[in-house]
Design a protein around this ligand. Structure first.
Ligand code: CA
Length: 228
């Protein structure tokens, strides 16, 4: 999952980015409202963590502009504890949830998962397909009931594919989920993670359409070429 962090406080930003990356998220970080506007109008994210008090504008403007473009990317607003007015304004401007600073990372993670679940229309927190289950909260994966150990990047690839069964994800889309700006992309990394996932979870779980991408399940729009 690819997150955009909009936060001008260097210490908070640094520690949030480091912690979220450890949890397997690809995190990009901008420090003012102007940079947030231009990034959000040119790139796609799965979720935005948005501080409201920002230089060069403010977070509410960023949020209103996003929603004015009919962009429904989930947004969690980060506010100061006494900023009740801010938080009401944030929700009214189209935020999906909020957190008052300071907050615990566990709570942030739980809210990210809940917002993503609502956004995808899934009531069930656990993803499941063909005998394989993936629990985004506990980060546990099982095959036929038995636990399977995955690295955080293998987990991120599998989660991306299982969130939308049948949807084809290209190598570039998967790389986006795995790496933030400035992180060096290891060549062939996606193929390696797919290979590992097939080895651990069975060769049939993840299909690929040569030159197009990967999917689990039945493709939602059959493409030319042989799925294998
Ligand atoms: Ca701030």
């Amino acid at each position: 999952m690819r997150l955009l962090l909009v936060e001008d406080d260097r210490m908070i930003g640094d520690s949030l980015r480091a912690a979220l990356r450890l949890d397997g998220y690809a995190v990009d970080w901008v420090r003012d409202a102007l940079a947030a506007q231009s990034t959000l109008s040119s790139e796609r994210f799965d979720l935005v963590l948005l501080d409201l008090g920002l230089p060069k504008g403010d977070g509410l403007e960023v949020l209103r502009a996003l929603r004015a473009r009919q962009d429904s990317t989930p947004v969690i607003v980060l506010t100061a504890r006494d900023g009740l007015g801010d938080l009401v304004a944030g929700l009214d401007a189209g935020a999906d949830d909020y957190l008052a600073k300071p907050f615990e990372l566990d709570e942030l993670n739980a809210r990210i998962r809940a917002v993503m679940r609502r956004h995808s229309g899934r009531a069930q927190p656990v993803l499941s397909h063909a005998g394989v289950t993936l629990d985004p909260a506990t980060r546990q994966v099982t095959k036929d009931g038995a636990p399977v150990l995955l690295s955080s990047r293998e987990f991120a690839v599998l989660e991306a594919l299982m969130q939308r069964p049948g949807a084809l994800l290209s190598r570039a889309q998967l790389e986006d989920r795995l790496y933030g700006w400035g992180e060096e992309i290891e060549s062939n990394a996606v193929s390696v993670y797919i290979h590992q996932l097939r080895r651990k979870l069975g060769a049939d779980l993840i299909q690929n359409v040569r030159g197009v991408g990967y999917f689990v399940g039945t493709p939602s729009s059959p493409k030319e070429g042989d799925a294998q």
